[in-house]
Design a protein around this ligand. Structure first.
Ligand code: G1P
Length: 272
């Protein structure tokens, strides 16, 4: 059963400066709702019961967003505003599901996941990168289904343009079926020449808890960070089964300013 989701939120958001100098990128609104809330709603619909937010001291506004009870109580007492009461109920629902761990130095996705080791209860958990929104079809739900069918670990994937492979983790594939394939290898941000395919890792992973042991052994990789990609690679080398889920939803990249603007437009249009 996949019941817990890790969400790394300690990244500095440099691609979105100067906005992110005061607002965490995960709280920036997309069509009236913070980016992060889209991720939470996707997970809840997929059956997730607990979120582990990996934040840093600089990302305290995320904590304040979900844990500002006194603020709501005061205003609701004064104004008795129906809309606000509903919003507060929604916040309380999220609040009950969230735990925090700290990653004060941005040392990469692998390091962020390792910080959650003590809180993970089951053999598998979900991990989501909040820059990557997937709309129209619930990607986490699809992945959990594939996990139940294969008993393996799952990575969300889509084909990207060959010229952009060095922006992504790239998968080497075998036994390709219509909607998924087995992963033979994965390389973090390869050059065009070294890329084994153009199937990119998109930020959704179902990972086994034994990955913590592999992360511990890693030395900093590409860009000096501890990448989850490298720990996955070690597990694949040790014959653990990983599958790429070619998801059916629409991918929106919220990690850059132009991507963020486009996401707002796409979601607005989709809602009309
Ligand atoms: C991260 C991962 C990369 C993945 C990408 C998806 O990179 O390291 O493997 O393809 O997310 O968005 P980042 O966006 O942090 O550079």
């Amino acid at each position: 059963m996949i019941k817990q989701a890790i969400i790394p939120l300690a990244g500095l958001g440099t691609r979105m400066l100067p906005l992110t100098s005061v607002i965490p990128k995960e709280l920036m609104p997309i069509n009236g709702k913070p980016n992060l809330q889209y991720i939470l709603d996707e997970c809840i619909e997929a059956g997730i019961k607990e979120f582990i937010f990996v934040i840093s001291k600089k990302k305290i506004p995320i904590k304040n967003y979900f844990f500002n009870d006194n603020f709501y109580k005061k205003i609701i007492r004064k104004k008795k505003d129906k809309r606000l009461i509903e919003e507060y109920k929604r916040i309380k629902k999220y609040q009950k599901m969230i735990k925090f761990v700290y990653q004060n130095k941005p040392k990469g996705t692998g390091d962020a996941v390792l910080k959650c080791k003590k809180l993970i209860k089951n053999k598998y958990f979900l991990m989501l990168l909040p820059d990557d929104l997937i709309i129209k079809h619930n990607c986490s739900k699809e992945m959990i289904k594939l996990h139940n069918e294969t008993n393996g670990s799952i990575i969300a994937t889509k084909r990207v343009e060959k010229k952009s492979v060095s922006r992504w983790g790239i998968l080497s594939i075998k036994n390709k079926k219509k909607k998924y394939f087995q992963i033979k290898d994965v390389v973090e941000k390869p050059s065009i020449k070294k890329a084994p395919s153009n199937f990119a890792v998109i930020g959704r992973y179902i990972l086994p808890s034994k990955i913590f042991g592999e992360i511990r052994k890693l030395k900093p990789g590409q860009g000096g960070e501890i990448h989850i990609t490298d720990a996955i690679r070690s597990l694949i080398n040790k014959k653990n089964k990983f599958y790429g889920n070619i998801f059916t939803g629409k991918y929106l990249d919220c990690g850059t300013l132009s991507g963020y603007i486009n996401s707002g437009i796409q979601i607005f249009r989709g809602n009309k």
